[in-house]
Design a protein around this ligand. Structure first.
Ligand code: SF4
Length: 386
């Protein structure tokens, strides 16, 4: 049986997985324990989680008490009073062309199990963490976005977690979209590998929310995205549903992986995209080659012994991460860009973390010719359809 068999779509196509237990997707049904900071017990996030997981034991953490009680082999959800900065810069580097994205930090970790997931190297434990002190978040966002309403922001929540994977429990994206309705200078990207469109009815402005899905070659989706992520077809069907409801979407080929038959695999996915959406429906699309810190390859080697892509020919990049040899990256990029251009894709394509030399070699221009990557993507995010 393939790792993806058994996925099902509900009649309305909104949720991808079996929802037999309390209406929750399968990847949330094995949460064995909820830990909550005492100060967070009466927050709306905690109340919602309690209503959705009434059968799951709760542990209340007193001030100063650590999370050591979370057991290694059980899925634990921690509703935390977060003390750090909610609004952050995307961790780009000065060596590569960065896209100027701002992260709204809503929590950490993800219950899906993609072998290549960089979060495995970012965080020391797999506990699902949700920042429950939303009142502080709203204050911080208001201070940033409300100060000068002529200043635009392109923001997203899908950097340290999947934007929507915990949505059935927390309703976090619904809250965020409601809050941001008062800030027309902010465009929110929701990046995910699941299908949850439950936020859609609160989005007053469909031009200020960009639902986004990452895509890969079918073989990589089947063998490396081994959790309960939606199939490629389900992601694209969801993208079409969004388009039919007036939204534009973002799609991301990241990480692009080198494997036997990658040419055919990526061509299959590119062709599939345009069965569902047209280039005008896509605000932007990133192309990113697999990047890996040493800690990540150790985790992949240990936890995903069938994954062989970490043994490809890598070199250390200027950011200290291992990446595929430039000649191989460029070969893959050129292949994908040619396929995408043949379908009418143009300036909405961009690279995540590549140099001007790679931009020039593959696209025939650099970010300078676009007026800078950050302003270019900002313009695309805020552009109106047509
Ligand atoms: S869906 Fe994204 S965040 Fe979740 S495991 Fe996969 S790569 Fe990581």
């Amino acid at each position: 049986m393939s790792r993806n068999e058994g996925r099902a779509t509900t009649a309305n196509g909104i949720f991808p997985d079996s929802m037999s237990q309390g209406g929750l997707p399968a990847y949330l049904q094995n949460i064995a324990r909820v830990v909550v900071d005492r100060s967070m017990i009466d927050t709306s996030i905690a109340r919602r989680v309690r209503a959705k997981l009434p059968h799951v034991p709760w542990v209340v953490l007193e001030p100063g008490q650590g999370l050591g009680i979370a057991r290694q082999n059980e899925q634990c959800l921690y509703l935390k009073e977060y003390k750090g900065a909610f609004l952050r810069f995307c961790p780009g580097t000065r060596f590569y062309r960065c896209c100027g994205y701002r992260i709204i930090h809503i929590g950490e970790n993800c219950p899906l199990r993609c072998s290549y997931c960089i979060l495995q190297a970012y965080f020391q434990d797999p506990v699902l963490k949700v920042w429950a002190n939303q009142d502080v978040l709203w204050d911080e966002l208001d201070a940033a976005f409300g100060r000068d309403r002529s200043r635009r922001f392109r923001v997203g929540t899908g950097e340290y977690t999947d934007s929507l994977v915990l949505e059935p429990l927390t309703g976090y994206s619904r809250d965020l979209i409601r809050f941001l309705a008062d800030y027309e200078n902010v465009c929110l990207e929701l990046k995910s590998k699941v299908v949850d469109l439950s936020w859609m009815d609160v989005a007053k402005r469909s031009d200020r929310v960009l639902p986004a899905w990452s895509l890969n070659a079918p073989e990589i989706a089947r063998t490396e995205e081994v959790g309960e992520s939606a199939t490629l077809e389900q992601r694209l069907q969801a993208a079409r549903t969004c388009v039919e409801n007036g939204f534009r979407v973002c799609l991301h080929f990241d990480p692009i992986i080198y494997f036997d038959g990658w040419q055919k695999g990526y061509a299959e996915t590119v062709n599939m995209i345009f069965d569902y959406v047209s280039p005008d429906d896509i605000a932007y699309m990133s192309l990113g080659s697999f990047r890996c810190m040493p800690e990540l390859s150790e985790v992949i080697e240990r936890d995903f012994p069938e994954s062989t892509f970490i043994y490809n020919e890598f070199i250390a990049g200027m950011d200290g991460k291992q990446r595929l040899l430039r000649s191989l990256r460029v070969e893959q990029f050129k292949h994908l860009v040619a396929l995408l251009r043949a379908h009418g894709m143009g300036k909405q394509l961009y690279f995540c973390m590549e140099s001007d030399a790679v931009w020039q070699e593959v696209f025939g221009y650099t970010v300078k010719d676009l007026g800078g990557l950050s302003p270019h993507l900002m313009n695309r995010a805020f552009a109106r359809r047509g």
